[in-house]
Design a protein around this ligand. Structure first.
Ligand code: ZN
Length: 423
């Protein structure tokens, strides 16, 4: 039901699209923002949001919904509930489903399913290659004429440089976005980062260079072709430097980072075991610092969760376990830690989680008088425990389970309706 008359008093509004920041009262009537003002107003219902931030809703460019094919890990419903409690109204779903998203009908079926749930908008990406096998590109025209504009083989890298070059030429000509999971297969074996922990455990490690050579390749190909590429889950300091170099050259490159990669280092695997295993793996202290620097100076455009549910039986033995960590409910508190440590501003937190990914997704959302109400309200200082009771995903593969976190979503309003209210 649309919000009929609600006054949000004293909220701290951050709207980077309009370069607006400050304490305001927001009046919502019939699902629309009627007023944003410092004056006092009246409404049927009034909420005092002193100390809380109100901004455009969050957007995650990297969600593994597990639908279709692996609903034993995550159901569409549990995914959406987990997303909205994390402040996300928009998700870009990865195509490594079963079957993979290499037919337009499949993509549209998934989007319809999530539309039916009505809690958040799920944009389903298509695969870059047929069957996600990296041998032949999909027929882009077939997807574009059905409105599908995002292509990635995520879960795997598109290995063949000539295929990536071709995909980027099409991207330039037809104006769509290519995304890539940068990882040279021949350099990435094992489960953890190659370094301290792989040595301690005496197991094979994944080399940072596996990511960096593909980041460099994709930046070069984007620069040469003029095609637009988004580099997924960047995890090493050298990757950040390469991206910075090519952005300065004017390449049409954007990049995301999973908050876990600026929060934990490789040693966490010794504490948390398989719960801290993901791909790319956790790296070293220096990588963490360079990633934070890349966030500060805009080399990294956004935070993306790489929400990757797995059940506990798939995470029992380190050596055999599947890589991936869930992340929709921890993205906000982990990103806020950078602010708490004085590394970034609150406005930057909003840009990383909301306005920058929304721009990359091509969604126009503004907190502005006259617009349909679409926003999130969060308390940057509220503490809560992330535990089985508060975890809304069907899976619980995260090293943050049982931890106290700071920063919590208070309200999520989507298309004029209240879809989530924090307790
Ligand atoms: Zn990936």
């Amino acid at each position: 039901m649309k919000i009929s008359s609600l006054l949000l008093k004293n909220c701290y509004l951050i709207e980077p699209n309009l370069d607006l920041e400050g304490r305001f009262n927001l009046l919502i009537e019939d699902g629309r923002i009627r007023a944003i003002t410092k004056e006092s107003l009246r409404a049927k219902e009034v909420l005092d949001l002193e100390g809380k931030v109100l901004c455009p809703p969050f957007c995650d460019l990297h969600t593994h919904t597990r639908y279709p094919g692996q609903t034993y890990k995550e159901e569409p419903e549990s995914l959406c509930k987990s997303a909205i409690s994390g402040g996300f109204s928009y998700l870009l779903a990865m195509p490594n489903t079963n079957p993979p998203m290499d037919e337009p009908e499949r993509v549209l079926e998934v989007e319809e399913t999530f539309k039916g749930i009505g809690l958040c908008k799920v944009v389903q990406s298509a695969t870059l290659s047929v069957g996600r096998e990296g041998k032949r590109l999909v027929d882009f025209y077939k997807f574009l004429e059905r409105g599908i504009r995002f292509f990635t083989d995520d879960g795997s890298n598109l290995q063949e440089p000539a295929l990536m070059e071709m995909a980027l030429k099409y991207s330039k000509a037809l104006d769509f976005l290519v995304l890539n999971h940068c990882e040279e297969r021949s350099l990435s074996r094992g489960k953890v980062n190659e370094g301290l922990v792989s040595e301690v455990l005496g197991i094979e490690g994944r080399k940072p260079s596996a990511e960096e050579v593909v980041v460099a390749r994709d930046c070069i190909l984007s620069y040469r072709t003029g095609g637009r590429i988004h580099l997924q889950h960047i995890s090493t300091g050298l990757s950040v430097k390469i991206i910075r170099f090519f952005k300065e050259l004017g390449a049409r490159v954007s990049a995301e980072v999973n908050p876990i990669h600026f929060t934990l280092t490789q040693e966490s695997v010794l504490n948390f075991g398989a719960r801290a295993l993901l791909n790319p793996p956790l790296r070293g202290e220096e990588d963490l610092e360079l990633i934070t620097e890349g966030i500060r100076d805009g080399t990294i455009d956004c935070v993306a969760t790489d929400h990757a549910p797995h059940r506990s039986f798939e995470k029992e033995i380190l050596q055999d376990s599947l890589p991936g960590v869930i992340g929709l409910q921890t993205a906000l508190p982990l990103t806020l830690e950078l602010w708490r440590r004085g590394k970034i501003s609150l406005r930057k937190v909003v840009e990383l989680l909301s306005t920058n990914p929304l721009r990359i997704l091509g969604e126009r959302v503004r907190v502005k008088e006259g617009e349909v109400a679409n926003f999130v309200v969060f308390d940057p200082n509220e503490e809560w425990t992330y535990e089985e009771k508060t975890n809304l995903s069907k899976s619980s593969n995260t090293p943050f389970l049982g931890k106290r976190l700071k920063g919590k979503v208070v309200l999520l309003v989507r298309e004029g309706k209240l879809v989530y209210k924090g307790t």
